[in-house]
Write a protein that binds this ligand. Sequence first.
Ligand SMILES: NC(=O)c1ccc[n+]([C@@H]2O[C@H](COP(=O)([O-])OP(=O)(O)OC[C@H]3O[C@@H](n4cnc5c(N)ncnc54)[C@H](OP(=O)(O)O)[C@@H]3O)[C@@H](O)[C@H]2O)c1
Length: 425
Amino acid sequence: MSGDRELDVVVFGATGFAGRLVAGHLAGHAPGGVRIGLAGRSERRLADVRAGLGAAASAWPLLVADSADPASVAALARAARVVVSTVGPYRAQGLALVEACAAAGTDYADLTGEVLFVRDSIDRCHEVAAGTGARIVHCCGFDSVPSDLGALLLHHAARADDAGDLQDTTLVLAALKGGISGGTLASLMGQQEEVRASAERRRTVGDPYALSPDRPAEPDLGDERDLNRITYDSDLRMWVGPFAMAGINTRVVRRSNALQDWAYGRRFRYREVAGFGSSPAGAAIGAAVSGALKAAEAGLAFGPSRALLTQLLPAPGQGPSEQTRRTGYFRVQIHTRTSAGVRYLGRIQAKGDPGYAATSVMLGEAALCLALDRDQLPDRAGVLTPATAMGTALATRLRSAGHTLDTRQITELPAHTLRAEVVFG
Ligand SMILES: NC(=O)c1ccc[n+]([C@@H]2O[C@H](COP(=O)([O-])OP(=O)(O)OC[C@H]3O[C@@H](n4cnc5c(N)ncnc54)[C@H](OP(=O)(O)O)[C@@H]3O)[C@@H](O)[C@H]2O)c1
């Protein structure tokens, strides 16, 4: 990658809800001397965003680009060492920029959670990016940084103890409080529509190895579909139910394993669930939460209820209030057992609404990691994952930013895993 770029980092989509937050994180936390720019469709609105970011950002250049205009996107990719994009829905708006970054040898990070978009990006850009040295890193927000770094850290812990390969591994969502933005809803509905319209896309999204670099080489570990009902897990000793983000996170984690030549293990079975505790009430709460999520999903899928819901829910550009972002939080636990029978627990948690406050820290730190920590990054290029592109360098940055990421060997389930709670609001 060229070091002679005009800028170190550009935030494309800076006028949007998530983009403003990422720009705000960089304005508050980027070291002095890092050259940052804001990009979007309207110079006037970019100037308004910049004016709200305080003195550190007052001289940041503004770059006008539209994802429908390939020349403007190519110029953007050539202007910076790292482009982070919050322009979504990505499936509709994102590929031109990924192609431009891959061709220009520019590192790229985004917040997509759209499997079909990431698959397209892999098919169209992996080889090109591997050739130019670009690191293309999707899913650098709440989906899928905690999952992907969590699995990597467990692998490192087991390897350091000579405890064998990772085998059955389960991420349990133990606590979550946060909101949703109009842009995220639009992205969810976009993928829902595509999946409904095409059996082939349904198959792609439903494939546990949808993001594999080499699908035929993946191991056959039996049924690895995402959980879709409430069930009692006798190994974890708690009620577990579906976790809405498993559909993207599990595929990212499995891609990370494959990109590292299955270093986690060829019998690495990874799943993600929401935890509802061990008491009988856990089953009832889990059923109620899962039912509400299914109803919301169905409501967004069909004409009349969708029209009504989209009037009530945030529009593009809108998202959770400052109070919701500040008081939100998430806590996940990742349980694993190794081929030597050793058990580990990973703990990833942070204060702040996971999808917006914590996510803007994750994407902002990913941008700084790609721009400033190059000598610590794995020697890899192409369409990567957070773990395979940035690995422990990103974990170190997130810890410095106040997030908890740790692992420990356990012999018994800690009591707190049996008091899982899920809070929406
Ligand atoms: N993974 C996670 O944890 C996570 C968390 C938050 C968000 N997200 C994802 O991030 C994306 C953005 O969410 P959001 O809430 O910030 O959405 P948003 O507020 O609607 O922002 C979308 C941004 O895209 C820009 N845009 C739209 N079309 C464009 C085009 N043709 N060319 C250039 N820019 C264009 C908009 O610019 P204008 O101002 O000019 O319209 C705006 O800046 C969504 O896909 C969402 O799912 C993911």
